[in-house]
Design a binder for this molecule. Sequence first.
Ligand code: 13P
Ligand code: SF4
Length: 354
Amino acid sequence: SPSDPDLVERARAAKEKLGDKVFVLGHHYQRDEVIQFADVTGDSFKLARDAAARPQAEYIVFCGVHFMAESADILTGDEQKVVLPDLAAGCSMADMATAEQVAECWDVLTEAGVAEQVVPVSYMNSSADIKAFTGKHGGTICTSSNARRALDWAFEQGEKVLFLPDQHLGRNTAVRDMGMSLEDCVVYNPHKPNGGLTADELRAAKMILWRGHCSVHGRFSLDSVNDVRERIPGVNVLVHPECKHEVVAAADHVGSTEYIIKTLEAAPAGSKWAIGTELNLVRRLANRFASEGKEIVFLDKTVCFCSTMNRIDLPHLVWALESLAEGNLVNRIEVDKETEAFAKLALERMLALP
Ligand code: 13P
Ligand code: SF4
């Protein structure tokens, strides 16, 4: 999308003035007008890994959502300050698991006599509190690019996994990638007494899935897949694992945003693709690969942007960069020390996965 030339020039000038003092990270779901200023772009895993890549940068401007900025703060030293250009850029999925609810869930598991067998695995899309809970209870963080390896690791540590907060990524990884059955999975509903589960159900389950989901990826349905296959014969359906199980089961390829990009880079000219993920990314890929003769369409007929990712727009980025260039530290994301210590443990377990 065309961006205001005046704002583009202001962002460029502020970034130039800051020089090595600033490091801008951009998630693949960010708008074009923002992503053009990112020093590094990536999926959640790559951005977590690269957050500490420029230790000399005093400011890390995170163009993404709150949990990503928190993770960057946890993984970098105190002298590096993480800035989120709009503090309202949250994630509705991350908000679906609060520290109180998760503590209550652990009590339920303890009551049922299963807590000792349970290893928590938390998706990156969670608050620092949930990551700290995970670290404290011997678990790991995962992203959509390493969920399989995280679960393999977890099942070496214990017999059951509590997967937070995205039920779909948990179920899709267990069933599609690891050959478990749907019956091995139960859903813990934090809004019901005892999660809506009996002690027997908890004892029989291998995967205890938190009842959370992404509303953006929740829009894709089996009908979207069937429709696009009818509309475009020979189309390859490529979706993100935050989609519902029936969508993932009907797709040809499943993976993180980085995987989606790599797959399309490797695709032959003339191939056709329907992509089930956020629209900023799909549009950017459709434009990028059109000249190579790769036809790329959005999986659904409606539009779905992630409204919180979209909150980071060029005006917010300009404001953040100009403030920093003038010496005003704005919108700092800082996790408290105790939370940070346990959350870091869980994140480092992820970074150490084979
Ligand atoms: P990835 O970029 O890790 O695939 O995650 C997608 C997402 O929903 C981030 O919020
Ligand atoms: Fe959260 Fe979904 Fe947006 Fe990702 S796409 S930030 S999971 S709401």
